[in-house]
Design a protein around this ligand. Structure first.
Ligand SMILES: [Zn+2]
Ligand SMILES: [Zn+2]
Length: 178
């Protein structure tokens, strides 16, 4: 894990570029990952860090290829990911009070650092998590698996006779009919 001490950041700021292999990220992923995914390539990060009083500004870019599972056909597929970000880190003790946080927008996410250390690997991984689609699809028009015979409909159609329901209502309608 890549950690930077506050003292190591000069007044004029710092630019860093690093690469982390999947193996070195695994322990961290176990704690944080909300869905199943894996890294296909190392995680590449580039950041610019600057101190401003007690705060730390970080902007940068993360890039990797993930392996995700399609929610429709259950196939694993490669998902190239590249995203830029900008964060303001607060020292833990000076976190805005709960009241202040509630007044802010829900999207406002606060980031902290503790003990004069910035955990750059964590920050980079978090940016990746934020970019993982909630419902990953191998392709936008993935036809999924047949609900009757289980065949991958992307490969070929099957013979099953299905009643068409507007997507999203299928489960509900089936329940009512049963
Ligand atoms: Zn699919
Ligand atoms: Zn079928």
């Amino acid at each position: 894990m890549f950690t930077l001490k506050l003292d190591e950041i000069p007044e004029e700021g710092l630019e860093l570029e690093w690469k982390e292999e999947r193996a070195s990220l695994l322990t961290y992923l176990k704690d944080l990952s909300r869905i199943d995914f894996d890294f296909d390539t190392p995680l590449r990060s580039e950041v610019r860090i600057k101190k401003a009083g007690r705060l730390v500004f970080i902007s940068g870019k993360v890039q990797t290829v993930l392996q995700l599972q399609c929610v429709r056909c259950l196939k694993e597929f490669h998902y190239p990911l590249s995203t830029t970000f900008e964060l303001t880190l607060y020292p833990v003790k000076e976190a805005p009070s709960e009241e202040e946080t509630e007044l802010g927008s829900e999207e406002m996410e606060l980031n902290f650092f503790e003990g004069g250390e910035i955990h750059l690997s964590e920050i980079a991984c978090e940016q990746v998590f934020l970019e993982i689609p909630y419902q990953p699809l191998c392709q936008e028009r993935c036809k999924g698996l047949c609900s009757i015979c289980g065949k991958d409909l992307n490969l070929s159609a099957c013979e099953c006779v299905k009643e068409e329901w507007p997507s999203g209502f299928s489960a509900l309608n089936k329940l009512k009919l049963d």
